[in-house]
Design a protein around this ligand. Structure first.
Ligand SMILES: [Zn+2]
Length: 396
């Protein structure tokens, strides 16, 4: 989890507001929506959206969180509807199908068992009782259906105004997903620090860019669909396979525009046999890594709230499991290098090649083929892992 640190983010967010939101007439459309709305609840909700529109599009992550709280405070029913629409949309339809099936079975069985033995009668009665219970659930499901309707109506109303698809399909010269990605130059996924996410636009077609993860899922917070700080440049795996539409408001996570793991959460090697001071280097070459060590992410920062967010991110993006499963070979090589390049060796290289190296980090970069300075971790995949392990094992 690497912090995306850029000096010009606020300038870019203003540009995003003017060159995309305003330039595409969305402000006007939003005002129209408000004017034409007859339902007082929705009208009042749209009023608050208009009232906060600049912050909605350009607000920093903490401001977006405040806005969610503000809107929940004033429009509980609508906000609740979005949440339910997202969480329950699948389970409701499954529930209703099950209930109908149970009712049909119960009816059949009551007829079937009406002249049968007592035990079978009892079975029928049990089924009926169960059916009544399910009926109650059905009523609950009906209530949820109403929530869904409200959510669907508003999502539909917003579809032209907070239009993420329009943002991703802007022509090359206009402000859209490619221009934003190109300005940001986030070349490694900040969530996992494993995948390159360069932006490239081929002159004769063919192009690539990072995906933009909606930190606050656009299915739950449709009014944040094109909010600058809600668009996290990230890799396909983190965005599509792991994050999906998880609610990062209810379950807090690290927002890379706000903070990173830095040195608060660190990769650490835990040997299954032996210890850090008595490493069996031969086994690092020839024994499967899973039999030699475990790779863990250790939170040594004493802050409850941060820990909660860090835990959320580690879990959602499967960071510990994936690093251990996929990058233990890389860790083994770093451990072997730690024998070659201890502190004295780094001192020697610094002195011997004064013209090549300005900082100790530059020597370590050359030795490990990766960046290790805190501000450089977003420049190459596995840089965070490299920093933590080299420091843990004395390459510093
Ligand atoms: Zn990623």
């Amino acid at each position: 989890m690497i912090k995306v640190e850029r000096e010009f983010l606020n300038i870019l967010s203003e540009k995003h507001y003017n060159d995309f939101f305003i330039a595409n007439n969305n402000s006007h459309l939003l005002n129209e929506l408000y004017r034409n709305e007859k339902n007082p609840d929705k009208k009042s909700f749209y009023y608050d959206i208009i009232d906060n529109i600049h912050d909605i599009i350009t607000g920093a992550p903490t401001r977006l969180r405040e806005l969610i709280e503000y809107l929940f405070g004033r429009h509980e029913r609508i906000m609740y509807a979005f949440t339910f629409y997202n969480i329950e949309k699948k389970s409701i339809s499954i529930d209703i199908r099950n209930i109908n099936r149970r009712i049909a079975t119960a009816k059949k069985n009551i007829i079937k068992y009406s002249h049968a033995k007592d035990t079978q009668k009892l079975y029928s009665v049990k089924l009926v009782v169960e059916t009544i219970k399910k009926y109650q659930k059905l009523k609950y499901a009906e209530d949820l259906k109403k929530h869904r309707m409200v959510a669907e109506e508003i999502i539909n109303d917003f579809s032209e105004i907070f239009n993420y698809e329009a943002f991703t399909s802007q022509p090359k010269h206009a402000w859209g997903a490619y221009t934003l990605a190109n300005e940001l130059q986030v070349n490694v996924c900040p969530y996992c620090n494993r995948q390159y996410t360069h932006t490239f636009v081929g002159e004769e077609g063919g192009s690539m860019r990072p995906q933009f993860d909606h930190f606050f899922a656009k299915s739950i917070y449709p009014f944040f669909s094109i909010s600058f700080f809600n668009l996290i440049p990230s890799c396909y795996i983190c965005n599509s396979s792991f994050k999906s539409d998880k609610d990062f408001y209810l379950e807090e996570h690290i927002n890379p525009y706000e903070e990173g793991f830095d040195d608060k959460v660190k990769f650490s090697v835990q040997f299954l046999k032996g210890s850090k001071t008595k490493i069996d280097y031969v086994s690092l070459w020839f024994t499967p890594h899973s039999e030699v060590f475990r790779l863990r992410l250790i939170d040594s920062y004493n802050d409850k709230d941060f820990s909660k967010r860090a835990k959320g991110s580690i879990k959602t993006f499967h960071l510990e499991e994936i690093y251990e499963q996929c990058h233990s070979d890389y860790v083994s090589e770093l451990l072997i290098k730690s024998r070659e390049y201890n502190e004295d060796a780094i001192d020697f290289l610094m002195l011997a090649f004064r013209d090549l190296f300005v900082r100790r980090e530059d020597v370590i970069r050359l030795v490990t083929n990766n960046f290790v300075a805190l501000n450089d971790l977003g420049k190459r995949p596995l840089a965070k892992l490299t920093r933590d392990i080299t420091r843990e094992f004395g390459i510093q």
